[in-house]
Design a protein around this ligand. Structure first.
Ligand code: ZN
Length: 405
């Protein structure tokens, strides 16, 4: 389907876009070439929330075979309807991800993300079955059973969030079971994870790990994966159109410049999206990758527009802090950033696990380096290994308590 057909489709069949186009006086016949694309309106998560439950539907209701939902942390959830074609397209992309990672029909894929309204578990399941691998749909939690299945069924592929992969890896090491597991590949996604955490997970589980990208509003996980060269996540532009914009000016940015990823799902039937603002921060690269795949690449995600926190007037991203922490060999991968007030002034504290929590000169050196790079003063609190919580879901890094005091 061409972009023009897609625009015709949504202007006729989606009450949401029909209204939106009328409001801005856009007629599909005015669309002549892709140069006109940047004039089209964006769609935001708030639009999807306001459309609750089925206001984004763009096909007859009887064509819908499934509902997924993304859990908003605030307010109403977002409901995404899928037709059979939407599910099949997703399945094709998910299978492609497994193939890029080198997973074969002879592999055994343990699927630890959650099943249910969330897209994760069922997406990994669909693609692995379509590939012909043996799936072990354990879902999240119950670490004892998880490890038992992994050993007795000889799982070779783990699909997981990075937080849960770390938790499993540390548990396996603690129990001395590293030689009893047969994993070789990890497909890890749903949250941003630093280079140090990736390396630690790979060592603990003895795997090569691949970064999977996706979001429920679009299809779910599996709209992109990094290849064996690990220099960016290939995104599937035969199903979607990808742009990176400046989140403030909303201008489209050239290759290599960091901004907000915007996705148009031009093949979707249930809830097609025009220029959906993902709030994920990355850059795009259209140069051909060493692996030969022609799909463009996005840089590993470095944050979300809503992860950004402002401290003492300075914009900060957790990824900047991670980059500094990587330069200190004494530190482990886990950290937290606490924002609060002390004697009426803003205070930011970095809590990080390290080998020697009593090392005062180390905390000073970290603080100085952050000040140099980020421009704000962080107090650094060193904790011993295991001092920070491990999570089965997404690990929360930034705790803003400035309004609570
Ligand atoms: Zn590649």
């Amino acid at each position: 389907m061409s972009i023009k057909n897609f625009l015709e489709n949504i202007s006729e069949n989606s009450p949401f876009y029909k209204k939106k186009f009328q409001e801005i006086g856009f007629n599909v016949n005015d669309f002549k070439s892709m140069e006109d694309f940047s004039k089209l309106p964006f769609t935001t998560k708030d639009d999807l929330r306001d459309a609750y439950p089925l206001g984004m539907l763009a096909c007859p209701e009887e064509k819908v075979v499934r509902i997924h939902s993304s859990s908003g942390t605030t307010g109403k959830p977002v409901i995404i309807p899928y037709t059979q074609k939407d599910v099949d397209d997703w399945k094709v992309m998910m299978k492609r991800c497994y193939e890029i990672a080198g997973v074969k029909p002879s592999d055994r894929v343990q699927i630890t993300p959650g099943y249910g309204l969330w897209t994760a578990g069922i997406g990994f399941q669909l693609g692995a079955e379509f590939l012909g691998a043996m799936t072990i749909p354990t879902g999240p939690g119950n670490t004892d059973r998880q490890i038992e299945m992994m050993i007795s069924l000889k799982s070779t592929v783990l699909t997981s969030t990075s937080s849960y992969a770390l938790l499993l890896g540390e548990e396996i090491e603690k129990r001395g079971l590293k030689n009893d597991i047969h994993l070789r590949i990890g497909i890890i996604g749903s949250e941003r994870w630093g280079e140090r955490m990736k390396k630690r997970i790979e060592e603990l589980l003895n795997i090569e790990s691949f970064d999977i990208y996706g979001l429920t509003e679009v299809y779910g996980p599996g709209i992109g994966l990094d290849c064996k060269y690990h220099n960016g996540i290939h995104v599937f532009d035969d199903f979607m159109y990808f742009e990176v914009i400046d989140p403030n000016t909303l201008e489209v940015l050239p290759d290599g410049v960091k901004g907000e990823l915007v996705i148009t799902t031009f093949k979707k039937e249930g809830a097609p999206l025009l220029r959906y603002r993902t709030r994920d921060i990355t850059s795009i690269n259209h140069e051909l990758c060493e692996c030969g795949l022609r799909y463009p690449r996005i840089e590993r995600l470095t944050g979300r527009t809503d992860d950004m926190f402002k401290v003492k007037g300075v914009n900060c991203f957790p990824a900047q802090i991670e980059k500094v922490l990587r330069e200190f060999d004494e530190l482990f991968s886990e950290y937290q950033i606490i924002l609060d007030r002390f004697e009426g002034k803003e205070r930011v504290t970095l809590r990080v696990e390290c080998r020697d929590p009593g090392n005062i000169s180390l905390s000073k050196r970290i603080s100085r380096k952050i000040k140099d790079r980020v421009g704000a003063t962080f107090e650094v609190e060193l904790l011993s290994f295991g001092g920070l919580p491990r999570s089965e879901k997404k690990t929360k890094r930034v705790f803003d308590m400035r309004d609570e005091i």
